[in-house]
Structures are given as C-alpha cells and as structure tokens.
Design a protein around this ligand. Structure first.
Ligand code: HEC
Length: 154
C-alpha cells in the first residue's frame, strides 16, 4: 500500500516536472533571427565615406561651373579616365544612374579610405588594375567636376 503511494506520487511528480519543463520550453523566447548586415540594395543610397555628407543638385546645370570642372577634369583626371569609355578607370558617362552625388565626391576627395572601406569602391578596385588616385582637389573643384559629369550625354 505504502509502496504504491510512493510510486504513484513519484509518477505524479515526474509528470508534473515534465509538463512544467515543457511549459518552460514553450515560454522561451524564439532566438532572434540573425541580423543581416544592412546591405545597400540601392547603390544610390550609398553616400560613401568622406567629407561630403549631403548635397542637393539643382535641376538646372550651372554651365559656368561645369566648364571649370571640364578644365580640371582634363588637367587631373584624363590620364586615367575618358568621358565616354572605360580606360584605366571607369567612364563617368551615366554615373548618376549608378552612384549618388555624395559618393562621387567622396570617391574624388577621399579615394584611399573609400577603396578600403566602401563596399562599392572595394568592388570596383577588383575590376580595375590600379587604384583611383587622390588628385587633391578642393571640395569646390570636385563639385565643379561633378557638375561637368552632369553635362555628359550619350
Ligand atoms: C591614376 C589613375 C587615376 C586618376 C589620375 C584618376 N582616377 Fe578616378 N579612378 C581610377 C580607377 C582605376 C578607378 C576605379 C576604382 C578603383 O580601382 O579604385 C577610378 C574610379 C573613379 C570614380 C568612380 C567611378 C565609378 O564609376 O564608380 C570616380 C568618380 C573617379 N574615379 C573620378 C576621378 C576624377 C574626378 C579624377 C580627377 C580629379 C580621377 N578620378 C583621377 C583611376 C584614376
């Protein structure tokens, strides 16, 4: 009789523990899904790394600024870039469709860091034999070159 009681209470306790354990399991929060490194799916959202945080391009092109930019481009960039075709570096034609204006400026002003840390620039350097050179343009000069790029049409 006593043995039966002991066995019975043993079983009851075990059942209780099992169901309790299950309950606790169910209460455990779901492990948080692995946070993916936020990938810039749209390259135009990438502003690059450097002094330029935000620029807004006015709708109309400032032709005077673009002319100044063209001159600078021909002095400091055409050893490696042609306007309309790939050369030692990529052609700037159509660049606004694949890069944000901030990214372009930061690539001109801060190429060493861009090549090391920016995902697009890191990818680019794999496609070209030599790295983009820092030509030590001022921000205003780089902005003029950007304006010149806006005038390039197929
Ligand atoms: C010594 C050669 C060299 C010179 C000089 C040079 N670049 Fe580059 N540039 C490159 C290469 C090569 C790349 C491709 C990316 C890389 O490999 O670093 C590049 C990439 C770029 C890019 C990114 C293009 C894209 O499609 O994403 C821009 C913008 C650019 N250069 C602008 C300029 C400007 C403006 C000048 C002049 C002030 C200049 N570069 C001078 C070699 C050069």
């Amino acid at each position: 009789m006593r043995l039966k009681t002991v066995l019975l209470s043993g079983i009851i306790i075990m059942l209780f523990l099992i169901s309790c354990g299950g309950g606790e399991d169910a209460k455990k929060p779901e492990p948080a899904p692995q946070q993916e490194q936020p990938q810039a799916t749209n390259p135009l959202d990438n502003k690059g790394i450097g002094p330029i945080k935000q620029i807004t391009l006015p709708e109309t092109i400032d032709q005077k600024m673009a002319d100044a930019g063209k001159k600078i481009y021909h002095e400091k960039c055409t050893s490696c870039h042609k306007e309309y075709e790939k050369y030692i570096g990529p052609a700037p034609l159509g660049i606004f469709e694949r890069r944000s204006p901030e990214w372009i400026m930061n690539m001109i002003l801060n190429p060493e860091v861009m090549i090391q840390k920016d995902p697009i620039a890191k990818d680019l350097i794999k496609q070209f034999a030599s790295p983009m050179a820092n030509q030590h343009l001022t921000e205003a000069e780089a902005r003029s070159v950007l304006e010149y790029f806006r005038t390039l049409k197929q």
